[in-house]
Design a protein around this ligand. Structure first.
Ligand SMILES: Nc1ncnc2c1ncn2[C@@H]1O[C@H](COP(=O)(O)OP(=O)(O)O)[C@@H](O)[C@H]1O
Ligand SMILES: [Mg+2]
Length: 291
C-alpha cells in the first residue's frame, strides 16, 4: 500500500449496553482502497461496530480514526463534514417511503451541494445507471423488489462520490441470484471508484466473494484477520467452526431462550423489573426504517 494513513483505524473499542458488553476491545485497520469484510455471528456486535465507525455510537472506551482523524472526540459539526466523504447502505435499505426513488437518490445532493435541479436530475440518472437501474426515478420504494431497493440505496450511498462505502448485511434476505448480483455490483463499484469498502455480514459467500481481507468478530473482539485464502486455510478451531458452519466447537450453540439473552435488544428483565435503556451516549441508530 502506498498511503501510510489507514482509511479507518479502530483502537481498543469497547461498547456496553446496560451491563452487557458487546464490544470488548476491537482493534482493526482498514487500508485505503481495500474491501474489508467484518464477519461474525448474528448478535455478535457487527452493526454496533459499524455504528461506532460511523460516529453514530460513541464507544465506552477506545477510539476510531477515519482518514487519520479521531471521530470519537470530534464535534458533531466536524463529523458531519466527514460524513460527506462516506456512504452507507443500511441493512433494510433505509429509503424514505414517502419519496420517489429519484428524490431518495437526490437527497444527499440537495442537502450537501448547491447544484441546480437540472444537474441533480442528471446526476441521479447517472448514479442509478451505475447500479444498473433506469426508468425507476418516479417509482416509490414500496414498488421495488428487495434487490432493486438495495440498488437504489447503493445509488444514494454513492451520490456524493464517497471515499468509503459501508454496507450492513448487503445480501441478507435476498435470494442467491439477486445476492450474487449485488455482490458483483459492490465489487464493480469498488474497482471503478477505488473507494474503500467496509462490509458487515454473516453471509460466508459474500465474505469470500467480496473481501480483500476478512476480519472475524467473535466475543467482542477481532478474533482473526486475513486474506480469504488465509482464513480458509486457518487451523484455528473457532475460524474453522465458523467458516464450516459446524455446530460443535468453541462457539456455543444456543439451545434455550436464557442462552439467547445476549442476542436480545434488552435483557428479559432487570432487578427492578423494568426494561433497561441503553447506556450509549450517542443517538439511536442512523437507519431510517428501524434497522
Ligand atoms: N441501541 C441498543 N441498545 C441496546 N442493545 C443494543 C443496541 N444495539 C445493539 N444492541 C445489542 O447488541 C448486541 C449486538 O447487536 P448487533 O450489533 O446488532 O449485532 P449483529 O449486527 O452482529 O447481529 C445485541 O444483543 C443487541 O441486542
Ligand atoms: Mg447487524
Amino acid at each position: 500500500m502506498t498511503s501510510a494513513i489507514p482509511a479507518i483505524e479502530v483502537r481498543g473499542v469497547h461498547m456496553t449496553f446496560e451491563d452487557r458488553r458487546i464490544l470488548a476491545g476491537v482493534d482493526l485497520v482498514v487500508r485505503p482502497g481495500e474491501r474489508m469484510v467484518i464477519l461474525g455471528s448474528s448478535g455478535g456486535g457487527k452493526s454496533t461496530l459499524l455504528r461506532v465507525m460511523l460516529g453514530a455510537y460513541r464507544p465506552n472506551a477506545g477510539e476510531v480514526l477515519v482518514f487519520g482523524r479521531n471521530i470519537t472526540t470530534m464535534e458533531e459539526e466536524k463529523l458531519n463534514e466527514l460524513r460527506r466523504r462516506w456512504g452507507v447502505v443500511f441493512q433494510g435499505g433505509a429509503l424514505y417511503n414517502s419519496m420517489t426513488v429519484g428524490e431518495n437518490v437526490a437527497l444527499p445532493l440537495r442537502e450537501n451541494t448547491m447544484l441546480d435541479d437540472s444537474i441533480i436530475d442528471i446526476m441521479v440518472r447517472m448514479k442509478l445507471d451505475l447500479v444498473g437501474l433506469n426508468d425507476v426515478e418516479d417509482l416509490k420504494p414500496a414498488q421495488l423488489s428487495g434487490g432493486m431497493a438495495k440498488r437504489v440505496s447503493l445509488a444514494r450511498a454513492i451520490a456524493l462520490d464517497p471515499e468509503i462505502l459501508f454496507f450492513d448485511e448487503p445480501t441478507t434476505g435476498l435470494d442467491p441470484v439477486t445476492g450474487g448480483a449485488i455482490m458483483r455490483l459492490m465489487n464493480d463499484l469498488a474497482s471503478k471508484t477505488g473507494a474503500t469498502s467496509v462490509i458487515v455480514t454473516q453471509d460466508m459467500r459474500c465474505a469470500f466473494d467480496c473481501a480483500d481481507r476478512i476480519a472475524l468478530l467473535h466475543g467482542g473482539r477481532v478474533h482473526a484477520v486475513g486474506r480469504p485464502e488465509e482464513i480458509r486455510a486457518s487451523t484455528d478451531p473457532l475460524v474453522r467452526q465458523f467458516i464450516n458452519g459446524e455446530p460443535d466447537g468453541p462457539i456455543p450453540f444456543r439451545l434455550s431462550l436464557d442462552n439467547c439473552a445476549g442476542e436480545l435488544r434488552a435483557p428479559l428483565r432487570t432487578k427492578s423489573g423494568r426494561r433497561p435503556r441503553p447506556t450509549a451516549s450517542a443517538p439511536q441508530a442512523p437507519g431510517r426504517d428501524g434497522n
